[in-house]
Design a protein. Structure first.
Length: 84
């Protein structure tokens, strides 16, 4: 039986890894640390559900190891990404 990994708590935003995107100055990326590295099925499911929720005006999110890398605009801020 595989482990279950929950999304994240707001305190898990890694503010030391915030990066401005050079080809889109109005956007930035930030990682959220998960409780562990999810299995590929979890990662694929998360990314699929995230894409289907684009009507929430949220940009890209990808699972990388034990983190989710979110892209957002400066006018939105990270707070808009804390809840799906």
């Amino acid at each position: 039986m595989s482990d279950i990994y929950y999304l994240y708590e707001p305190a898990d935003i890694d503010t030391t890894q915030i990066e401005m995107l050079p080809d889109a100055p109005e956007l930035f990326a930030f990682p959220v640390v998960l409780s562990g590295e999810p299995d590929p099925v979890w990662a694929k499911t998360f990314e699929q559900v995230w894409k289907e929720c684009r009507y929430l005006n949220k940009l890209a999110a990808t699972v990388r190891g034990d983190r989710i890398r979110f892209i957002c605009s400066q006018k939105q801020g990270m707070e808009d990404y804390l809840y799906l």
